[in-house]
Design a protein around this ligand. Sequence first.
Ligand SMILES: Cc1ncc(COP(=O)(O)O)c(C=O)c1O
Length: 479
Amino acid sequence: MIELTPRLDETLEEALYMQLYHYIRGEIVAGRIPTNNRLPSIRRLSAHLGVSRTPVALAYDQLLAEGYIISKPRSGFYTADVETFSISPPTTYLKDQSNVPPSIPRSYHSSQEDLALYDFGYGSVDLDSFPLTKWRKLMNRCLLPENSRLLLYGDLQGDPELREEIATYLHQIRGVRCSSEQIIIGAGTYHSLDLLFQLLKRDVSCMAVEKSVNNGVKALLEQFRFDLHPLHLESDGIRIEEVYNSKAQAVYVTPSHQFPFGMTLSVNKRIKLLNWAKEHNAYIIENDYDGEFRYNGRPIPSLQSLDNDERVVYVGTFSKVLTPSFRISYLVLPHTLLEQFRLGRHSYDQLASPIFQKTLQLFMQSGDFERHMRKMRSLYHKKHDILLQAIRHVFQDINIDIIGTGSGLHILLRVRNGMNETQLVQTAKQKGVIVYPTSIYTLKQELTATPTVLLGFGGLSEMDIRTGIELLNKAWSAE
Ligand SMILES: Cc1ncc(COP(=O)(O)O)c(C=O)c1O
């Protein structure tokens, strides 16, 4: 098991260890943590949750005493075989399922002509760390004659075994509660959102959207002609009053690491947003595109994991945690939308290659994915810290704020040196460094008050990060 991601709240009267105990017990009883599954060690879980070891140890003790888990010498804690309720939606949605029928990309790094020495592209990942040999071995297995069916079209919703792996993974890493039936595999986030917007179109005409939004998403929203209600961004995410003051029937958010500005939606606001969605029978679209990477503080569980009313659609991708080239993303649909999907209210065809899907499933099943993810978390954490140190150390004479830190694969620099955003980007380029503008992401194009540029760090080596920052300092200090 990779991790467990409950919501822990120190302001509650209930002690942290009891909150953790209740969460794990609930997940075991509901069958979302299968029997004989090894739980994270006390040391690892306490590090992941940002708490001391004591509450974790106490919670495990309690679960041991009550027989929910067992301890195997020199191996760890495992879930015991307890009688479980069948996996059901975590909600009041009890509708009879018997009548449910069976079952614009943009560039994230510089173009070929533009190849710069130091490209802080925010879509890049660390290629040297990709486990090519393992991947090749598994892919070769998929290409054996006995697997020739993988050369044909796959299941419309995506490979069923891969969906099982994803459901388990999302539960562990982001607290998402779903069955594999609710998952639809897509060929990248825009492909998944395109499908989602088709399913929503009947119920949603007005959508509240973070004021700045990824440009591929922006293009899709415009294409679907939603009446867009922009939401201002504060240090803890969107302004909830603006959602209440809108006529929106859905909200689009990037709560883990707002794109592009990098703030995290606070737990308070998450709960208010979920209340709004419940009161208005509205949907929340949660794009958790780089939610796997959080470098300090406690992991904030996804909105989906806090949702008891099936209002959240969870959208995710393997582009950051693995590599963008496989083009594999997924939607976790509430049952109402799943019904729309099954009824064929879309022109969707499943585009993610069955061979890549199967390879990914084998990769996840083998435990290699878990190992890769752990390695990348620590590598990106290191790069993130090196980037911040370099900026703080090098930019002594320029007034700069660093924002959007602590998670994801990019940060932002607010620069006050008299240059506008275009000049910042261009002078950097003259020194062989590519940084990215942010004003292009606002729903109604406008310049941000203080010029702000975006720097991804996933694809650069530690040395290149340092050199790139030194060159930026030279570019932006020049008279
Ligand atoms: C907000 C957002 N969502 C999703 C993605 C990834 O999309 P895809 O799954 O198409 O690679 C990105 C890429 O940077 C992004 O910025």
